[in-house]
Design a protein around this ligand. Structure first.
Ligand code: FAD
Length: 528
């Protein structure tokens, strides 16, 4: 009964969420179209951007974990252009999972039980978690020769946090529910010493199905709707041309998976959002839908979240720092990687991760630390490492997705507007500094700083404080922006499934975003 050229499901955006949901829709027999504005990333997708030392291999720069940090220096069209987004983000097959560090931590059950609505509690997402774990490999020991590399920082941190501060050493994803004073080797979604992620797993199973189509270089500019029914997505071409892709009338669904900045933007340019923002879009000539056809909802783009980051530089005579190179890795490390997928280039520079839950009224605020293999900014001498401290779940301060006069999305996230957040992060630092060994010297903040001094320091801007981690989430929340089936409020067949619907997690987002996409797939399929 569906029109010949229409789809059962159109998914906008091939990030981790869009790939998972498109795979599950096609698996269920839906004629599925996945639209991605970016292009090739991993070698298997046709990606060929790489340093010359990878010539002759079946690797692009995306495949090699140790090239992670180079994305901040050269982007090769893997990130979103300033004609599309006012933020640093992945715009390529895999979305940010093609450019990120690959840290892959399962969120604790308490995140679902505390912050998610009915139908999304830990018991409800248990199958979704099992599915992600079955389909997406991860490891805390990525080097294929089985050895751990660049461990001097890990050993110093273990002495400090485990022997000194009483943290438990755990295999992080085996003890996923425990995020109080735990320490371990970071988990990465790598396989065989290479970057994995949904492009290497879910996208490959989708591509094997005849009812699945993937279109790259396809930027969706808006959703066409007939009142409460989404009918098509419009893809912009060069010179203002437009192509329309329709969903089956009566039964089709459109799923927005553009990420926590882009999905609210797509809703707004389709006449769904805060009337003040829609009025601005109209004034600027971006929106031409009459205000009587708007779906007014101030929750679209509201309560955007990112983790506030603090860099702490630490020096110890027992540490040997390691700087990664894009063009010229040391010969032994290059050979180790090329011949055995081993050595420092088999992972993305983080050598340790740890968490604590800081009491906050009747609840808790999650805090995470990760330790990098080198110093940063003004402290790049050898013997130095960088500790990234972020506040995570339970933080109170949030921001907003803001559209500029061109209708492009950017982020406004004023960290620590709620002082409890700064106190929690400062408490985390204060607690671990109480156990800092004499051999480990912190820079810029004294080892005996008071809680008040640390609270002021984390919430005062410098190159080391108030940093964005680029973990955008929570900008289209359950019950105010989407219902618990991920349907946009006021719409019949328009969904948001990506980091936008995920509340602030205790862990880095990707694992949680993939769980959310698995759970959303179950709920969407159950609607038919
Ligand atoms: C530098 C960096 C490092 C990070 N490190 C980690 C890490 O180590 N571990 C971790 O867990 N998280 C990390 N993150 C965050 C994590 O990658 C993101 O939270 C996650 O990828 C979000 O998934 P998503 O599916 O919601 O959106 P995204 O990954 O942003 O994917 C959205 C996709 O949709 C496409 N799209 C958007 N709008 C349109 C449109 N209009 N038309 C067509 N296509 C569109 C985009 O091009 C993009 O490919 C990092 C992020 C960055 C930027």
């Amino acid at each position: 009964e569906c029109e010949a050229d229409a789809y059962d499901v159109i998914v906008v955006g091939a990030g981790p969420a869009g790939i998972v949901v498109a795979d599950r829709m096609s698996e269920a027999g839906k004629k599925t179209l996945l639209l991605e504005q970016g292009g090739a990333s991993y070698y298997i997708t046709g990606g060929r951007k790489r340093p010359s030392w990878l010539n002759g291999t079946d690797l692009s720069r995306v495949d090699v974990p140790g090239l992670y940090k180079s994305i901040f220096a050269t982007q090769d069209n893997l990130t979103c252009s300033s004609d599309y987004l006012n933020s640093f983000s992945g715009c390529t097959l895999g979305g940010c999972t093609a450019i990120n560090a690959g840290l892959f931590f399962q969120p604790p059950a308490s995140d679902f039980d505390t912050y998610f609505p009915e139908n999304w509690k830990s018991a409800d997402v248990a199958d979704a978690i099992t599915k992600v774990r079955a389909k997406q490999p991860f490891t805390d020991n990525p080097s294929q020769d089985g050895k751990r590399y660049l461990q001097s920082g890990f050993e110093v941190a273990r002495e400090w946090l485990v022997e000194g501060a009483g943290y438990a050493e755990v295999t992080i994803n085996d003890a996923a529910d425990d995020k109080s004073k735990v320490f371990g080797h970071p988990e990465y979604n790598y396989e065989g010493g290479q970057r994995s992620g949904p492009v290497k797993t879910y996208l490959q199973s989708a591509l094997d199905r005849p009812n699945f189509s993937l279109l790259t270089g396809a930027r969706v500019t808006r959703v066409d709707r007939d009142g409460e029914t989404a009918t098509a997505v419009i893809v912009g071409g060069t010179n203002g041309t437009e192509t329309s892709y329709s969903v089956c009338s009566g039964s089709g669904r459109i799923i927005l998976s553009g990420g926590a900045l882009a999905s609210p933007q797509l809703l707004m340019v389709s006449g769904i959002g805060d009337p003040e923002a829609l009025t601005n879009l109209t004034t600027n000539g971006v929106l031409s839908i009459s205000s009587s056809d708007w779906i007014n909802n101030t929750a679209v783009g509201d309560k955007l979240f990112d983790n506030p980051n603090t860099f702490i530089e630490l020096t110890s005579p027992n540490i040997t720092s390691y700087e990664y190179s894009y063009d010229n890795p040391p010969t032994t490390d290059k050979e180790l990687y090329l011949t055995k997928r081993s050595g420092p280039y088999s992972f993305g520079s983080q050598t340790s991760a740890f968490w604590d839950m800081i009491p906050d009224g009747n609840g808790t605020i999650g805090c995470q630390g990760t330790i990098d293999s080198s110093g940063a900014l003004d402290f790049t001498a050898n013997n130095t490492i960088t500790l990234n401290v972020y506040g995570t779940s339970g933080l109170h301060s949030t921001g907003k997705v803001v559209l500029d006069e061109r209708g492009l999305a950017g982020a406004s996230v004023p960290f620590y507007t709620d002082k409890r957040d700064a106190v929690a992060v400062a408490t985390f630092i204060h607690n671990i500094f109480a156990a800092l060994p004499a051999s480990l010297t912190p820079h810029l903040i004294a080892r005996n700083s008071t809680l008040e001094e640390l609270t002021t320091w984390v919430s005062t801007w410098s190159q080391y404080t108030l940093g964005n981690v680029l973990h955008w989430s929570s900008s289209c929340r359950f019950e105010t922006c989407v219902d618990t089936n991920t349907q946009v409020l006021g719409m019949d067949n328009l969904h948001v499934v990506d980091a936008s619907i995920v509340p602030p997690l205790t862990t880095n987002p990707v694992f949680g975003v993939m769980i959310a996409a698995e759970r959303a797939s179950e709920l969407i399929l159950a609607l038919d």
